[in-house]
Each structure stands twice: as C-alpha cells, then as structure tokens.
Ligand binder design. Sequence first.
Ligand code: NAX
Length: 332
Amino acid sequence: AKDPVRVLVTGAAGQIGYALVPMIARGIMLGPDQPVILHMLDIPPATESLNGVKMELTDAAFPLLKGVVATTDVAEACKDVNIAVMVGGFPRKEGMERKDVMSKNVSIYKAQASALEQHAAKDVKVLVVANPANTNALILKEFAPSIPEKNITCLTRLDHNRALGQVAERLNVPVSTVKNVIIWGNHSSSQYPDVNHAVIDSPDGEKAVRDAVSDDAWLDGEFIKVVQQRGAAIIKARKLSSALSAASSACDHIRDWVLGTPKGSWVSMGVYSDGSYNVPPGIIYSYPVTCANGDWTIVQGLSIDEKSRAKLDATADELVEEKALAYTCISE
Ligand code: NAX
C-alpha cells in the first residue's frame, strides 16, 4: 500500500474547508488508492468548530483517512505536509478599505510562508485559495524563498470550470465534452475567460467552441461577464459564497498537478509569471498549463488577437498594482 500523503487545509473550520476536507478524505483530490493524513488549521476563535469537523471526520469512517491533526498552531499544522491548501484568510468586510484587507492578508501569508518553509516537506506543493488569491500566493512565494517558486500556485480552476459550465449549458452538451477554455490573469472580475482555443468533442471529432456556439456577441460579452461575476451571483443567491464548487475545483487543481492533465487538454492555474505572453514577470498570473510528472508547464504559442491582448494586459495591470499595494503594506 502507498504511504499516506499529508495534506494541510488552512481555514478548515470555514465553509470551503467543510466542503473540502471530506473530498480529500474520500480520495477525490489524490486518487482512490492514496491514503491521506489531514492537517487542519484555523484560528483560536474557531477551535470548537474545528474540533466539531474533526469529530465528523471520525464519524464518517473514511477508509483512506489515516490520521487527523486539528490545531491552531501554525508550526504543528505545517509539519511535514506534502500538499498545502491555503483557504484561511481575512475576508473583506463591509466598509473596509482594500488596503486594510490587503494588510491583514499580507501579515497572515508572510507568517504562514515562514512556517511552511521551516516545517513542511521540502517539495511541498502549495495552492492558495483565499482572496486576494494571486497576491496572497505571491507574498507566500516571496517569504518562503527555499520553496521552489514552481511549487506555489493559486486557484483559478473554479473560474475555468465556470467557463466550461457556461459553454456546456449554452450548447446543451455534457460539460465533459468541453475543453481548453483559458482563464488569464487575476482571480477577480478583471480576469479574462477566453474561448478562442476552446473545443468540444463530438462523434465527428473536435469542433471549435466559437463555431459551435456561432454567436460571437454572446461569447465576447455576456459569457465573459457571467464568468467574471459568478462569485457575486452565488453570494446573492445563497447569501454565502461558493463553497462546494470552490472545494471541488481545488481538488481538480491538485489532482491534475500531481497526476497530470489528459493528453491534448490544458487547465488554468495561477502560477509565477516568467514573462510568457508578454505578461510582466514577478506576478502570479493565471495561464493555460499542462501538467506531467508533478510539474506544470505554460502552454506556449497560442495566438492572441488584439481584443484578447488588451484583456490580458488589463488583468496584468491590476496584479502589478495589487503587488505594489502589498509591498506598501509590508514596508509599513
Ligand atoms: P470562511 O470565512 O467561511 O472561512 C475562512 C476560515 O479561515 C475561517 O474559519 C477563519 O477562522 C479561518 N482563518 C482566518 N484567518 C486564518 C488564519 N490566519 N489561519 C488559518 N485560518 C484562518 O470563508 P470561505 O467561504 O471558506 O472562503 C475562504 C476564502 O476563499 C476567502 O478568502 C474567499 O474569498 C476565498 N475564495 C476563493 C475562491 C477562488 O476561486 N480562489 C472562490 C471561493 C472563495 O470565495
């Protein structure tokens, strides 16, 4: 049998945490033959509720679950973890300035970067979910210099999956037949959901999504807006932010990263920019990537038309600005 993999979930007593930990314990993230030990971190006010989640994990009797560490001690939580899913953070509350939220998250991610660096497995793979996800991931990278930068990513897979879902609904086809949409840039409403290279599988081969939909006005307008604003639409409907879809997408992100993407298809991941597609280096930017042998690679050589170019640049500009804001908070 395989040795267990240690998976850290921060913010584990929160909504996404509650949806995510059972998925991990059931093998959705790492596969049905991979035993896991769950490390759950939250902050002291959430101690009781974290303990309740731990009780439920015991009660669910998951065969793959070989142990649970539930703690408010960051060092203990990070000890020897192979995968770290960072869901904990400081949410933006009504009336709060963007800078105040940034400042709180910068200090959280600075501290957790050091803890991961000191206590996690040397080859830990990190996925940041908590917002501002790209910039939190960047801070984590900057303050954990011994963790390879390619091991630090943020979640835009939910946006990617939302785009697949919208195309599938529009065409009334199974979502599993749609692939190769792209989310470029920030996990914010400036992101660019791009279908220019997306295809659907049909009995007579692959067909471009643009041809299949044959409504450019919808694809260039409403579709983009719906994907960009989907998070807000869920909050409006549920009075709570998306949790099950976020948890499921976090599992997709890690599973594809560790086990590889299927041949001929790519996914979107927020990764450290190397300047590909003339995006400024030094920010965490969502790109199309393929994964093999535990590593991601940015898909190269896709054609970018003029309209797309402007959208890639606009979301990059926002990330450069967020980075500057984060650095103002660090130096204060
Ligand atoms: P909740 O407020 O339900 O849960 C957050 C949990 O984090 C709480 O239990 C809180 O006590 C804990 N926490 C706070 N500070 C912490 C710290 N320093 N260390 C450890 N734990 C800490 O929020 P939830 O709905 O679960 O969302 C979590 C985060 O995901 C938010 O930042 C949210 O904005 C972000 N999202 C990101 C998405 C993405 O696609 N990247 C989509 C979903 C979600 O909106």
